[in-house]
Design a protein around this ligand. Structure first.
Ligand code: PHB
Length: 389
């Protein structure tokens, strides 16, 4: 018969290794690896999302389900090779529970295989090409998709007697999505696309392309240029006299980006775009969000900020559901199907596709209180990505 003391020793020896990791985990922070372009042509996206993540944490605390949350911010400069390397380092060295951010489509695409292999959820807060989410079962999206806004813009153009159209897009994933979805819907509605223009993604010089648009004399030109490089388009559009030639500029809301709308001046007045977020969105929640954001960051939030803010909400609520457990499959399951009111309006992370379902708004640039705003004039409710299978 073993003595009582022996039994106790045995139990302690067995129990310790089992208990130790769990006990330790209580004290360990949950790490979120946030990869953003903080430098380079897409740095405004990084600046917006970083500020939104900070605001979310300032408002909701840095402890979730009894665990401290720590965000590790890395700058990929919008270069997908760096994104991949940083994602790998964050997973292997820092043992992050979640990856997030990804300012442009190629960056998000580079993360897919890393997320899949490591079984780590990756929250797309910015990139907007339709196909990205299908690239890993660990992707969820809180930004938007180009087909969501482009199909909506095509519907509006048709209803507003714009029959002869030209598309002008940045020559990569989201631009090609925009061009295809817009054209498909225009043709379906009996309109015409008389020119399809693609512009280099990096360092675009809009002048020669705007001249081609002018020569084609459409009723309107539909544009997608990513946030950041889009900032100088409006000025060139009016400098080239396209507005005086009676050509309307319509497009993805990046063209009248809240981040730079204030600098666009009167040239932007009256421009109609289709988008999921306007800082002028008329809801008590958005008013509070914009006020708090501006007080903290000292600039106006744009759609990137809202993608980051809502992405943090999705991560926090998932951690609450798993009671602080960071198992990737459990976290992804808890992210699927989340429905809540965002500063942009009601949103859902589709439980099947893991992609975002949201209102898309038609907006017109107006001057109010001495500032330019994208005033929402029409709502297309609960739009799913039209290209989702
Ligand atoms: C993208 O690369 O997916 C992207 C970037 C900026 C935007 C929209 C989409 O404004």
């Amino acid at each position: 018969m073993p003595s009582k003391r022996h039994v106790l020793t045995l139990v302690t020896a067995l129990a310790l290794p089992l208990l130790a990791p769990a006990a330790l985990a209580q004290g360990e922070p949950v790490k979120i690896g946030l990869i953003l372009p903080m430098t380079g042509p897409f740095a405004s996206t990084g600046r917006q999302i970083e500020a939104a993540v900070k605001l979310y944490m300032a408002q909701n605390g840095t402890t979730v389900a009894g665990r401290k949350v720590e965000v590790i911010l890395k700058d990929d400069a919008g270069t997908p090779d760096q994104t991949r390397r940083l994602a790998q380092e964050l997973v292997v060295n820092d043992k992050v529970a979640v990856l997030a951010g990804f300012g442009i489509t190629p960056a998000a695409l580079a993360v897919g295989p890393v997320a899949t292999q490591a079984k780590v959820p990756a929250v797309i807060m910015a990139a907007a090409t339709s196909g990205i989410v299908a690239g890993s079962p660990y992707f969820v999206r809180t930004s938007y998709t180009l087909p969501q806004t482009s199909v909506t813009m095509a519907e509006w153009a048709n209803k507003n007697n714009m029959k002869k159209l030209v598309t002008m897009v940045s020559d990569y994933g989201p631009g090609i999505d925009a061009e295809k979805s817009f054209k498909e819907r225009v043709l379906l509605n009996g309109g015409q696309v008389i020119g399809e223009i693609r512009i280099p993604m990096r360092n675009p010089d809009f002048a020669p392309f705007l001249q081609r648009v002018r020569d084609l004399q459409p009723d309107a030109v539909f544009v997608f240029i990513p946030s950041g490089p889009a900032a100088s388009l409006m000025k060139q559009f009016s400098e080239r006299g396209l507005d005086k030639a009676n050509i309307k500029l319509i497009g993805d809301g990046g063209v009248t980006d809240d981040d730079t709308l204030g600098e666009m001046g009167d040239a932007a007045l009256g421009t109609v775009t289709s988008f999921h977020y306007s800082a002028a969105h008329d809801s008590p929640l958005n008013k509070k969000f914009v006020e708090a954001f501006q007080a903290q960051a000292k600039f106006r939030p744009n759609f990137m900020a809202v993608g980051g803010y809502d992405g943090m909400r999705v991560i926090y609520k998932a951690l609450e559901s798993t009671k602080g457990k960071t198992d990737g499959d459990a976290l992804i399951a808890a992210m699927k199907g989340q429905t809540f009111e965002s500063p942009r309006g009601p949103i859902t992370v589709d439980a099947q596709t893991r992609d975002i379902v949201q209102n898309v708004y038609i907006r017109r640039v107006e001057r109010k209180g001495g500032q330019l705003w994208n005033t929402e004039i029409e709502t297309f409710p609960n739009v799913k990505d039209p290209r989702a299978k």
